[in-house]
Ligand binder design. Structure first.
Ligand SMILES: [Zn+2]
Length: 327
């Protein structure tokens, strides 16, 4: 009889142990089947030290999602609130073309085609060239495989023997004074001959200033001494580096500046020349105009462009053009 009782007790214990085992397994399965519990629930469980691996994973990923979502909201808020601090965007843009070049060197690179917000009370002036050129190369536009010298010395006056960089700077300083007196904020790419600023870097200055107009001053040169007049250089439609809106606004600005200059001086209006291979234009993300103010290879225009009173007229005419574009 004793043995019989013992066997019954052992049997009951076995059933009990088996039952507990089944119950525990079932409970584990239930927990691991619930990874999609809300953050609040998980947090509570975590506090009690009861979170399963699946729950910990779910918590981790929901925290990541939350922090990413927060980051996105903050980023977009920053973009909306601070359109004038554009550096991260520019850095991004500077990196994009490099990546494109690395992955497909022979194919046409993906164009950036972006424009920065502009301020119609800000004008950026680039007195073309500088005392000494810099023959190191830079891409002619974002993502371009074609390169050009960073900056050249420019032409020399046939009669005055003065350098284009000096003439450009003299007129740039006059234009600066005139625009400032008309209430514009003027950002100068250079105010001295002894600088080392590439054409791309000059465009960067205009972009960073969010200039409503970027005016690049140059003098023309030809082997034919009789050639004279004023030409505006603007991007052509379909320019691979610029947005269609920048192309179109740059053409309008250039036309306005050339017309203003010719009205003020009586110089021959040679109209616009549309170009897509100028680094200083292609890197620009604001309306840009390059004006060839006359031929210093022409003795008469060389004399004019090195004359203080004529320079003043040129600067006034350009300012009129800028004002009519920015009105
Ligand atoms: Zn030039």
């Amino acid at each position: 009889m004793k043995n019989k009782y013992k066997m019954i007790i052992v049997g009951l214990l076995a059933v009990l142990v088996l039952g507990i085992g089944i119950a525990l397994t079932a409970s584990k399965q239930t927990k691991s089947q619930q990874p999609k519990v809300s953050t609040t629930t998980i947090t509570n469980n975590t506090a009690k030290g009861e979170a399963s691996e699946a729950e910990k994973e779910a918590l981790k990923s929901s925290e990541q999602a939350l922090s990413e979502a927060t980051k996105k909201v903050v980023d977009s808020a920053n973009k909306k609130e601070e359109p004038q601090t554009n550096e991260p965007q520019q850095k991004q843009e500077a990196q994009k073309p490099q990546q494109a070049q690395q992955t497909q060197q022979t194919a046409t690179p993906a164009p950036v085609k972006q424009a920065v917000p502009t301020n119609n009370k800000v004008v950026c002036i680039d007195a073309g060239h500088q005392r000494y050129g810099n023959s190191a190369k830079e891409p002619i536009g974002p993502g371009a495989s074609q390169t050009k010298a960073k900056v050249t010395t420019g032409a020399t006056g046939i009669r005055s023997h003065r350098t284009e960089s000096q003439i450009n700077l003299e007129i740039a300083l006059k234009l600066q004074r005139i625009l400032q007196s008309r209430g514009y904020t003027v950002v100068m790419c250079r105010t001295s001959q002894d600088v080392n600023i590439s054409n791309k870097e000059r465009a960067d200055i205009a972009n960073k200033a969010h200039a409503g107009a970027f005016i690049r001053l140059h003098c023309d040169s030809s082997n034919n001494q009789s050639v004279n007049g004023v030409t505006g250089l603007a991007p052509a439609s379909g320019n691979p580096y610029l947005s269609p809106s920048i192309v179109s606004s740059s053409q309008s600005l250039t036309r306005a500046v050339v017309n203003g200059l010719c009205s003020a001086t009586g110089a021959k209006n040679r109209g616009l020349s549309l170009v897509n291979n100028m680094s200083g234009i292609n890197w620009t993300q604001v309306p840009v105009a390059l004006v060839e103010m006359g031929f210093i290879s022409n003795p008469n225009e060389d004399a004019n462009l090195t004359n203080d009173a004529y320079q003043e007229k040129v600067a006034n005419g350009i300012a009129n053009g800028v004002a009519s574009f920015l009105h």
